[in-house]
Design a protein around this ligand. Structure first.
Ligand code: IMP
Ligand code: MG
Length: 199
């Protein structure tokens, strides 16, 4: 039994979070997306490419809802917070470990916002000779789009709010929420967290 008097502060009930999409809603939608992808890709052994870090959580649940032969890879690209965001230039921080020639690629992303990151990534993969390149995104913040990006499989369209949870972060925080929430005052930045100085 606990003899410690230390208070555990709940991250999931943080007062700045407003629930947008519940755990149940996420699970149900992923099940639907998984069956749809399984039907569309039967016999084609698709390669799912997760975009680190945010999409890991979505990818790991999604792939268990796709009951066909498939494989996975990860890429990391620069996005929010970098100076490249407005220029549309995107940097690949971690590239694929396999060739994608003649493969059916499904890029798995947490959220499409301006579309700058994805329009670059999709074009980049196409230029490597993939047989096909499709996109599955959990969230679509469509009001903010600057570059047209076709989302072949979409979880949920959402309004223009900064959201966290289920992989999505604010300054690396809140990825562990099992649901998706609106972060009410993202300007209050790190909210007291000693980010970047873990020691
Ligand atoms: P885009 O190039 O503007 O479409 O940016 C996409 C990336 O920005 C996503 O993969 C996220 O990493 C990040 N992002 C965009 N909107 C949000 C948000 O509301 N919460 C957390 N991250 C976001
Ligand atoms: Mg991302």
């Amino acid at each position: 039994m606990a003899t410690s008097t230390a208070q555990i502060q709940s991250e999931f009930n943080h007062p700045d979070l407003k629930l947008l999409i519940s755990e149940d809603q996420i699970r149900d939608r992923i099940r639907e997306l998984g069956s749809q992808i399984a039907r569309d890709y039967a016999g084609r052994n698709p390669l799912l490419i997760g975009v680190l870090k945010g999409a890991c959580f979505f990818l790991s649940d999604l792939l268990r809802a796709i009951d066909i032969q498939l494989s996975i890879e990860f890429m990391a690209i620069s996005s929010y917070g970098s100076s490249t965001r407005t220029s549309g230039e995107v940097r690949i921080l971690k590239d694929l470990a396999v060739a994608v020639e003649n493969r059916h690629i499904i890029v798995v992303e947490d959220i499409v916002d301006t579309g700058l990151t994805l329009s670059y990534l999709l074009a980049n993969l196409e230029s490597r000779g993939a047989a096909s390149v499709k996109l599955v995104a959990l969230l679509d913040k469509f009001e903010r789009r600057e570059r047209e990006v076709e989302i072949d499989y979409l979880g949920f369209p959402i309004p223009d709010h900064f959201v966290v949870g289920y992989g999505l972060d604010h300054a690396e925080r809140f990825r562990n929420l099992p649901f998706i929430a609106i972060l009410m005052n993202p300007e209050a930045a790190q909210m007291g967290l000693p980010i970047g100085n873990p020691s």
